[in-house]
Design a protein around this ligand. Structure first.
Ligand code: GLV
Ligand code: MN
Ligand code: MN
Length: 412
């Protein structure tokens, strides 16, 4: 049986499949993703699942229940990463799902549903800027506009599909028919400090923040750093700096979170006034209304800065996902699972500011999530991401108990 120790060994093994020799980076439709899909597929087979790579590059598996062809409970998370990633964000959830199915294999003949696993291929959006591409394909919410997305080297998503061996015309095949998936359960590291602060290993997720991402450009005029006096300058970087500070201040005062994670000045000479700045914006709020209010405020500041400095502001929205609330009865299944595994009678409930595949799967099926404490204040999207073997062990027990409880409630 796969235990917590083996799960950590597997997370370590997958960490070695990276395009970054000094860290972990594994993006959508890359050779590294193909390699981890293969490994995860082998582990799924060993756990008793039949496996396939779906039309969007997600590694999938299925174990039949008490009769073939029953609607399925889907377990999953993602195998892609951000740049310079840790080894557990997404990966741990996939490894836990495989271990849970292995534990349930013996009793599969009594299960009132099939069990499926999805190891999603693009939760982060690192390569094409738009997140949740793998889970949106599964949820049946693929947008044909995605085909024109490009990566940093100019490769379109359509071209990348073909290079990976996928047929863009078959994308709809990734999505099960409505009713074929009756529930989606995801286990994931918390990526925040609250479990650690409360000295608890596990929590139930109540909802996931609505997120929007933008590619922003400010255009001014490049010129000689010595020759152009201040009153004649249109410095795009000085303007962008004002906008970046406003992003932080506006989000903070509205109880939202916002991040400019990437910023590049052009032409980028030490003695050249920046004529153009391209920067990203990631904006999240507990409600879509709060988040969208901050975006209106940011646009107002950008417009005032542009008028004053003689700059132009261009906006491209690269990602949008509404806030989603976990299904109350599935939250109860996770809560009961935590109770069984830890004895904690009133498990902690957390709202997730990080995005998850569950946001996309929410369009297809009711969902719930289990959060697992990660150390050092919950640091994530960072190589220092860490979990303890003891926490993984109780997470495995809780996830298994949640699925067994669901089966018992459907059989009763
Ligand atoms: C995914 O990790 C996200 O929340 O950006
Ligand atoms: Mn992440
Ligand atoms: Mn994740």
């Amino acid at each position: 049986m796969i235990d917590a120790h083996e799960i950590l060994v597997r997370c370590d093994a997958l960490a070695r499949e990276s395009s970054d020799p000094n860290g972990i980076e594994r993006v959508y439709l890359s050779p590294e993703l193909a390699a981890v899909n293969r490994r995860a597929g082998e582990w799924m087979k060993e756990a008793g699942l039949t496996t396939w790579l779906d039309a969007a590059g997600n590694q999938r598996g299925r174990l039949e229940g008490r009769e073939p062809g029953l609607p399925a409970v889907l377990l999953g998370s993602h195998l892609d990463t951000v740049p310079n990633a840790g080894r557990f964000d997404g990966i741990l959830g996939v490894m836990l799902a495989i271990a849970v199915v292995e534990r349930l294999r013996e009793s599969a003949a009594e299960l009132p549903f099939a069990l499926e696993i999805a190891a999603f291929a693009d939760e982060e959006g690192t390569r094409f800027g738009t997140a949740l591409l793998g889970s949106r394909a599964l949820a049946g919410t693929w947008d044909d506009a995605f085909w024109h997305l490009t990566d940093d080297s100019g490769t379109t998503l359509r071209e990348a599909f073909v290079e990976f061996g996928l047929d863009p015309e078959r994308i709809a095949d990734a999505s099960p028919k409505r009713g074929e998936i009756v529930a989606y359960l995801e286990a994931h590291i918390e990526q925040g400090p609250y479990l650690e602060e409360a000295d608890l290993p596990l929590a139930v997720v109540s909802s996931i923040a609505g997120a929007r991402r933008f590619a922003l450009t400010l255009t001014g005029e490049a010129g000689h750093a010595g020759g152009v006096p201040f009153h004649r300058r249109h410095d795009a970087l000085a303007g962008a700096s004002e906008v970046v500070l406003a992003v932080e201040q506006l989000a903070r005062s509205a109880g939202c979170v916002a991040t400019v994670g990437r910023l590049q000045a052009f032409p980028g000479g030490v003695n050249v006034i920046p004529g153009r700045v391209e920067f990203s914006l990631d904006l999240r709020g507990e409600t879509d209304a709060a988040r969208d209010g901050v975006w209106l405020g940011i646009q107002a500041v950008a417009s005032e800065v542009c008028d004053r400095r003689g700059l132009a502001f261009a906006v491209e929205e690269t990602h949008s996902a509404p806030a989603v609330v976990a299904d109350p009865s599935l939250q109860d299944s996770i809560r009961a699972g935590i109770r069984t595994a830890t004895g904690e009678q009133d498990p902690m409930v957390l709202f997730s500011k990080a995005g998850h595949d569950a946001m996309a799967v929410a369009e297809l099926a009711p969902w719930a999530m289990l959060f697992i404490r990660n150390g050092h204040g919950g640091i994530s999207h960072h190589p220092n991401e860490t979990v303890t073997e003891a926490d993984v062990a109780v997470a495995l027990d809780a996830f298994e108990a949640a699925v067994r409880g669901l089966a018992a409630s459907q059989t009763a």
